[in-house]
Design a protein around this ligand. Structure first.
Ligand code: NAD
Length: 323
């Protein structure tokens, strides 16, 4: 089986590639060829029986998507995107990468009438925006309040229509916010949910721009990888409620995050958090979805994290943080 990961140099892409390289079986079939693509050449996972090809390519550039399909990957994980903060400040770049990139890929697939790969697309809970019920049911209509959320919502519809026509076998995964995000802060407006855990655990100061009772829908990087792998093995004939699925997460408040940080890292780590209210971030966060009824995803076999404490402990273990 051939697998292509676009956005393989990103946070989830790297972890997905590493997991697939070390356990190269998908849906009972051996992964023989792993093609890893990003705008920069992603690093190749070590110690793998797979044949790995890494390359730099921009999926939004004319002709690039068709070129990436040359060896007809059976499964495509499409994770390439710019995140919410950047898509909001750079309108043109957001539409070029987040919308044109996906459309280029769908069109390149459609051009080959004898080819119908499985395409797993990284969508987001940002397709929903206030006013929202609590919890938000699977059947709630799409109400994005940002350019990023709008781009993801359009791509979900495209994926659904191209699947309906039989050009592709698509699934859109509405990921919760992934916490704790390893590495440096990114431009996502939700970045502080990771920052208030990651920075103190690494002995650095973190800024908390919102109130302690702010609630958010979260999942760990480990859960994110498991969602993509599970989607690759799903029989889409079972997806009677549509091709997009809101994934199970945990509704965690900032106060709960701080409690777990205190429990694991002690009071000294809490003191590294500086409360600097940011009305703009507060306004953005207020429009975000907080809690879902993800029963459809659960019935399809997607599994959430056990607890927020387990999320933090998995970060410490995976990133080799010493406490
Ligand atoms: N991390 C989260 O909390 C979260 C939540 C919801 C949805 N998502 C979605 O999941 C996907 C992966 O998220 P992530 O956190 O790993 O993001 P990330 O920013 O770490 O990775 C995205 C990768 O896509 C690459 N990319 C951007 N434009 C590209 C292009 N034109 N061609 C090829 N590659 C390109 C980037 O260089 C980057 O390495 C994204 O689509 C994101 O929108 C993430």
């Amino acid at each position: 089986m051939n697998v292509l990961i676009i956005g393989a140099g990103g946070m989830i892409g790297r972890k997905l590639a590493t997991k697939l390289a070390s356990s190269p079986v998908l849906n009972g079939q051996e992964v023989r060829h792993l093609h890893l693509v990003d705008v920069f050449e992603p690093s190749a996972p070590l110690d793998t029986p797979c044949r790995v090809l890494t390359e730099a390519a921009d999926v939004s550039a004319p002709g690039e998507a068709a070129r990436l399909l040359a060896n007809r990957p059976d499964i495509i994980f499409h994770l390439a995107a710019i995140v919410s903060g950047e898509a909001e400040t750079d309108f043109e770049k957001g539409y070029r990468i987040n919308l044109d990139g996906t459309l280029n890929l769908l069109e390149a697939i459609r051009q080959d009438a004898s080819y119908c790969p499985k395409l797993i697309f990284a969508s987001s809970i940002a397709v929903f925006g206030a006013p929202l019920p609590a919890p938000i049911p699977d059947t709630f209509h799409l109400t994005p309040q940002t350019s990023y959320g709008t781009q993801k919502a359009i791509c979900e519809l495209l994926l659904s229509d191209y699947s309906r026509k039989g050009f592709v076998d698509g699934i859109a995964l509405r990921l919760p916010t992934i916490v704790v995000r390893p590495g440096k802060p990114n431009k996502a407006a939700s970045g502080f949910f990771s920052g208030i855990i990651r920075e103190p655990l690494n002995g650095q100061e973190a800024v908390l721009p919102v109130a302690d009772d702010t609630l958010h829908w979260m999942a760990s990087p480990r859960a994110a990888v498991s969602f993509f792998l599970h989607a690759a093995s799903l029989d889409t004939a079972d997806m009677t409620g549509g091709r997009a699925v809101t994934l199970p997460g945990l509704a965690v408040s900032v106060a709960e995050e701080l409690d777990i940080l205190r429990k694991i890292g002690g009071e000294a780590r809490i003191k590294l958090i500086k409360r600097v209210a940011d009305p703009l971030v507060e306004q953005i966060v207020a429009a975000w979805p907080r809690q879902f009824d993800a029963s459809r995803a659960l019935s399809l076999g997607f599994a959430p994290d056990e607890s927020f404490e387990a999320i933090v402990r998995s970060y410490i273990e995976d990133e080799g943080i010493s406490i």
